[in-house]
Design a protein around this ligand. Structure first.
Ligand code: AMP
Length: 546
């Protein structure tokens, strides 16, 4: 009989992340963009002291172990302070999506039972609109200026005033690594949002995972531009990875337009940046209007939705920026893998781009499998397509007060994503299960069609949805947004696709739209397009039989 001699009960906590960042990398900086004036700068020692001050006053306001503290904020220094203060004091950080419709916002604050909510002054009107429906909130803390009368009769405090009287020597409690640290609700594109609760342990291990060279490989010399909102899956773990690696953080605040982001990158020389594909496409457009300098970026990551090949290709050719695609979900903390090309392949080459068009390559710590409709496991041959299931230390095993047994399969999370895995762990998402188009018993990948059409002349954006068809059950309808001032001929687009996909996969149904509707985190919202089609709201041009 032999037992481990290691300190296996050493807790992996957010407090350990904070202590490392403040002691080892105390001079690394959090830079918050102000959109013109000098940016606000605070080093990690200051962030650590402010986190203690904030925790001490939250405790005075009655926040105890396990209580939820909501944040309704942009990416900023104060949001970062809350990212540490709340989990380290033993409470649970509940990041609230500032773009949710009012009904859903009230629902998740009530469902999460938030006791205190931190709100940016600029966002007061949005939160004020639901304030009267909130059942559990006992106090609001307003960051910056703004008319707080919209919040009603609940106690309102000002962040700066609280911090000024806070205790910078506040003692962090000892915490169990399995205790909840943070929670985030899924974006709820189908049904009500579901709450995912991250533990200290899962947060620590996920942050470490994101720092490996198979992910961002972030280190002290990096400056990470956090474009992905801090209300969306812990900003992909970047704020925690920064304190473990010493990389500085660039926070855009409310200045989230592509043009403002470019200004930030140029001024502060960001080296890493992470965003959803729509943001990257927007930055490319800024580059079409003026000379832009992205030379400081050593690597960019894109995730949350499939990125069109033309966007990756243009970044490489015009700006020398290599975008690496990654995949993840709210339920997976989120990072499941990044598609770095294999050894010996130049990432900037055409072959490198082929690899980067995969959705990811499994990150150590995450296990994945694909299963068919009967639940049987399919081979990793890069061809067999089925539902992707995952498990691992930063993958959720349940939802907050919502059993949802249909989302789990013997300890594996059913992702609802359809795809294949190759023999070396590269995986490709071909569709969400609900977006797959089933035509004559065969599947058509809407993602593949979108990707190809995004590279066609005069196309600004395109989303493909399945529509009912008497003969084939379903057929694709391509919803195309022309570039401003340019005309689109669907017949030309159909010929453009010929030879690139099987002839029966080429859509015969086309419609022109002003824009593709987006979800609150900037992904295509096909549910809205399907509803518009059903309501007879889309003018469909039919090119003939498939
Ligand atoms: P969310 O929980 O809002 O982050 O959404 C997670 C979903 O986004 C996944 O289940 C996928 O459907 C989608 N997704 C994330 N990354 C990618 C990617 N690289 N390619 C295609 N879909 C993606």
């Amino acid at each position: 009989m032999i037992t481990s001699t290691m300190q296996d009960d050493f807790p992996l906590t957010v407090t350990a992340i904070l202590e490392h960042g403040t002691r080892v990398f105390g001079d690394s900086q959090c830079v918050t963009w102000t959109g013109g004036a000098e940016p606000r700068r605070a080093n990690y020692s200051t962030i650590g002291r402010n986190a203690r001050r904030l925790a001490s006053v939250l405790a005075e306001l009655g926040v105890g172990p396990g209580d939820r503290v909501g944040t309704f904020c942009w990416n900023s220094q104060e949001h970062l302070e809350a990212y540490y203060a709340v989990p380290c004091m033993g409470a649970v950080l509940h990041t609230l999506n500032i773009r949710l419709p009012a009904g859903q916002l009230a629902h998740i604050i009530n469902h999460g039972e938030d006791k205190v909510v931190l709100v940016d002054g600029t966002l007061l009107p949005l939160l004020g609109a639901v304030a009267s429906q909130l059942r559990t909130v006992e106090a609001f803390v307003v960051v910056g200026a703004g008319d707080a009368s919209v919040l009603g009769n609940v106690a309102v405090h000002r962040y700066d005033e609280l911090l000024a009287r806070g205790n910078k020597f506040f003692d962090w409690p000892d915490l169990d690594e399995r205790a909840p640290a943070a929670m985030c609700y899924t974006s709820g594109t189908t049904g009500d949002p579901k709450g995912v609760v991250y533990s200290h342990r899962s947060t620590f291990l996920h942050a470490l995972g994101t720092l490996s060279n198979n992910c961002t490989g972030a280190r002290e010399s990096d400056r990470m531009l956090t474009i992905v909102p801090m209300f969306h899956v812990n900003a992909w773990g970047i704020p925690y990875g920064a304190f473990l690696s010493g990389a500085s953080l660039h926070m855009p605040g409310p200045h989230m337009t592509p043009a403002a982001l470019v200004d930030f990158i140029e001024a502060e020389r960001s080296t890493l940046a992470s965003a959803v594909p729509t943001i990257w496409a927007g930055i490319l457009q800024v580059g079409e209007q003026r000379e832009i300098d992205l030379s400081s970026i050593r690597m960019a990551t894109s995730g949350g939705a499939a990125i069109p090949r033309v966007v990756m290709e243009a970044f490489q050719r015009r700006h020398g920026v290599t975008i690496v695609q990654g995949w993840g979900m709210t339920e997976t903390s989120p990072v499941g893998g990044l598609a770095h090309p294999p050894a010996g392949v130049d990432p900037a080459s055409e072959e490198g781009l082929d690899w980067r068009m995969k959705s990811g390559r499994l990150l150590a710590g995450v296990q994945m499998r694909i299963v068919d409709d009967s639940g049987a496991e399919l081979p990793w041959d890069g061809v067999a397509v089925g539902e992707i299931e995952v498990r691992g230390p930063w993958i959720t095993s349940a939802y907050h007060r919502d059993p949802a047994p249909e989302k789990f399969d013997h300890g594996w999370l059913r992702t609802g994503d359809i795809g294949c895995i190759d023999p070396h762990g590269y995986f490709l998402i071909t569709d969400r299960a609900k977006d797959v188009i089933k035509s004559g018993g065969e599947w058509i990948s809407s993602v593949e069609l979108e990707n190809l059409l995004a590279g066609a002349p005069h196309v600004q954006e395109v989303a493909v949805i399945g529509i009912p068809d008497e003969k084939w059950t379903e057929r694709p309808l391509a919803c195309v947004v022309p570039r401003p001032g340019e005309a689109i001929d669907p017949a030309e687009l159909a010929s453009f696709l010929a030879g690139k996909v099987a002839s029966w996969q080429v859509p015969e149904n086309w419609t022109l739209v002003d824009e593709v509707p987006k979800t609150t985190v900037g992904k295509f919202d096909k549910k809205v397009l399907r509803a518009r089609y059903q309501a007879g709201d889309l003018e469909v041009l039919r090119l003939g039989e498939p």
